[in-house]
Design a protein around this ligand. Sequence first.
Ligand code: IMP
Length: 432
Amino acid sequence: MANVVIAGTQWGDEGKGKIVDLLTQYAHCIVRFQGGNNAGHTLVVDGRQFIFHLIPSGILYENKKCLIGNGVVLDPGVLLGEMKELAENGLKVSPDKLMISENTHLIMPYHNRLDLASEALKKTGKKIGTTGRGIGPCYADKIIRKGIKIGELLDKDLFKEKLLENIDEKNYILTKQLESDPVSFDEIYEQYRKYAEDLAPYIGNVSVELDNARKSGKNILFEGAQGTQLDIDHGTYPFVTSSNTVAGNACAGAGFGPSHIDAVIGILKAYTTRVGEGPFPTELFDATGDAIQKKGNEFGATTGRKRRCGWLDGVIAGDAVRLNGITGLAITKLDILSGQPTLKIATEYEEGGERLACMPGNIRRVERLKPVYEELPGWDEEIGDVRNFDDLPAKTQDYVKRIEEITETPISIISVGPDREKTLLLKNPFEE
Ligand code: IMP
């Protein structure tokens, strides 16, 4: 029995979806614990592509329980849309396959409006590049204790009272401060009452469910969204998302005790990408960056935006190992680097005449960072069909071993293509 957390080590989009899908085979329960439908997990199963924003990808398997923890912010329209799409593909989602914590906060239509309207008013250089899904405003309401939890949706009077209070306040902000139109109480009330009917059978106590699963010897997989550098506390603030993306939040965001976590797998793409605004020290602005973007098909799964691409950053990888307590790394998209004559890895930063071994907290300093690179020879061979580490070209092995040395962390998994089988599972965290 083991409980394993998956965490992104970069700015999200590390290929977590595929690794979660791979490890789901060994898990009984798969839990989302933070973020919302700003995330997008793309998976390819038998040549069919699925993109999930909310439902854990474990839903594709039979006999797995998928759970949405209290730390998630949930847009019920999006969730029901995903359930419908799955049903159209022959995968019926039922309450024995999906449970939502009664404490999960709801994204309301005014959250999306506030997100977009406040971003639109920000000056160039100050925009965060949010996905516009209402994530930040929903978490803000949760923290200032004005949020509405999904369990409260089932109590008609309580829901009405809280919605009225919120609409008064939000319409004031929207119309008087953000030059936007007001939202309608009646429309939202009717729409969310309908959501309550549809979702009621799925709402429960996720913490108790997980505790029971643990006590009966079941394996639990905690599926993180986004990445360490987008963490609200530890990322490149303010160019971050609005939740703690680090592995520690698997506990708070699902109602699970930290002493029961056995392993943390950090997902590290073999190069770096970032979607949205904000500093990115190893970003490439040349043909190499373009080539990686094209070969890696680097487009945001949620917004379709082109992802910015750059060399592997060993500094943020080291930060991620420390911040998440990573016990093993999964290197993804290694195949995309085939054909590069030389590869670079940042091992330190330079700023103001100083060498830095970790990401500084001051955003102005972060913007000035210059990566200090180490160069490694590339390889020409395509590696998508390799299944054993020893069969990888020697230079590919050297690149992987160097990552292991820089991060002082063993490599557990290597992914060499989008399909489930294009994977080298060197060490299974559920079998440690
Ligand atoms: P928000 O989470 O929509 O508020 O967006 C805040 C920042 O996080 C923006 O730069 C987004 O592009 C980024 N972001 C949010 N979710 C993801 C993700 O799943 N992958 C990559 N970037 C993300």
